[in-house]
Write a protein that binds this ligand. Sequence first.
Ligand code: ATP
Ligand code: MG
Length: 612
Amino acid sequence: MSPVAQEGPAPGQAAHGVPGANGVRIRKDSVPFAVEPNWRPGAAAASAFSWQAVRERLAGLPGGGLNIGFEALDRPVREGRGAHVALHWLGAEGGEQRITYDELRRLANRFANAVARLGLQRGDRLFVLAPRRPELYAAILGALKAGVVVSPLFSAFGPEPIATRMNLGQGRALVTTGGLFARKVAPVLAKIPSLAHVLLIDDGSTAPDAAAGSGPALHDLRALLAAASDAFDCVPTRADEMALLHFTSGTTGRPKGAVHVHEAVLTHYATGFYALDLHPDDIFWCTADPGWVTGMSYGVIAPLLHGVTLVVDEAEFDPERWYRILTEREVSVWYTAPTAIRMLMKAGEDLARRFARPKLRFVASVGEPLNPEAVWWGLRALGLPIHDNWWQTETGGIMVANAPAFDIQPGSMGRPLPGIEAAVVERLADGGVRVIEEPGVQGELALASGWPSMFRGYLNEEERYRKCFAGRWYLSGDMVRRDAEGCFWFVGRADDVIKSAGHLIGPFEVESALMEHPAVVEAGVIGKPDALLGETVKAFVALRPGREANEALLRDLMAHARKRLGAAVAPKEITVVPALPHTRSGKIMRRLLKARELGLPEGDTSTMEGSA
Ligand code: ATP
Ligand code: MG
């Protein structure tokens, strides 16, 4: 059962996260760990950390180059992991496949040769829009080895978002399936004049006819791979050469194209070690799709760098299927997201308890604030707390984390990883910043620039990129507090923070308090303009199945919120909704709740769940 000593509230009475609040924490000092954690509090190994040492742990290329694909496949094979399973693929229709490191390396080499034969050059952009199939993984890694820039798209995107991104990124080639091509790309081909080659993964649909006239050439990927050699000399990419183009989630507005370079592999390696605690025998499952940065950095690259087995599930979320995978595939380290955890909470603790998970030893989450209630739920339902960590598309990898050997204060995102300097800052009128040294004071989360996976630009938005920096600091746009222990607590995105009667109110605090109520499964909080107060707090809540929205419940919710938060911070209005709007990556879209509430234009909704 639970490998942690617990010192906290009883189930259902979890105190939410106020820094240093009532000392509620999940203690780790007396925990027997299944494997020795890679990072212990105060350990010499971490204080002696240097990026140079991480670089030396990697292979590199002759002449000083660096390549993510080479480090993820060739290096593990050279180090003796060739026969170890790299991908354990689970098909949506029930099939499964185990692919070793050496097999995946050869497949990626075939892909690299195939795109080289098609005339793709170093620096050209290849987009991927595909289900989680083995070919997708070979394509990503093969393209990287060929020096071709990879830009992933989420396969649930509709035609317009695909065209916009491919056009912005000047996509020269696309890997997709026949079905996705016919439905989502063919209708907008005229908007993507840069596209020269489409490589089709066989999905059983009839191969689309080559577009008439000047359209891209259509190729059968299987035939291309079969005709290509499985030996390939990695293109000698430089460390600062563009490797990946990632579009942000579009939670706050139009998605931005973040440029990442091969050197990011240092962060992927270090964070896989310190934040995800990967050990050679691990079976690791990252539930994010490679269409998002989490699914690329941790659903492809980091686990391969550590030579572990990566579980890939082609199917979509389903509570029972997920519990089965954790149990039957013997997952030991699991990386998922608050939205998935909230859906599992909705499915009930009993379902979770029907499955044993003797191998599972570490669970982490990213992408949104993780409500303390979800951390405690993990402890009750899974027998393990959930470890929140923080990063963004722009940071390329995990920056702040709750690692296995450190106490958890539920509601806190944890501490900066070795090699990462984080601070709370205040923006000044002259464009500079002031670092806030006092603990507990709210400000913007800033990172000292220069970590290897730092984005190197927003594509075609030079000015916007420049504005993210003040002196040596990168400004994240997220508001936080730091406590006396050095742990960071999320308050809200700068755009979402509510100013009411002189108070600054973070939506996360209010949402977390509402989620403690047994009827609530999800909450989204916004500021509503008010002539007197500036803004008032308005909450939208979704209820657990079987709970009915009525006057009595709303009164009870209001009373609970006032008791927990005080009258100044508690919502003035609570509306029950069937579901909250989410991005396709699962984030609550507060800006949309607000636009709808105020009757304003909805703005860019291309990444919204359910959008075309
Ligand atoms: P856009 O920038 O297009 O509006 P986005 O910021 O949601 O979209 P991502 O880069 O995917 O795009 O998400 C990063 C953001 O997600 C962070 O800046 C933060 O606001 C939020 N986030 C990620 N992890 C956490 C976490 N552990 N706690 C709180 N917020 C988090
Ligand atoms: Mg963002």
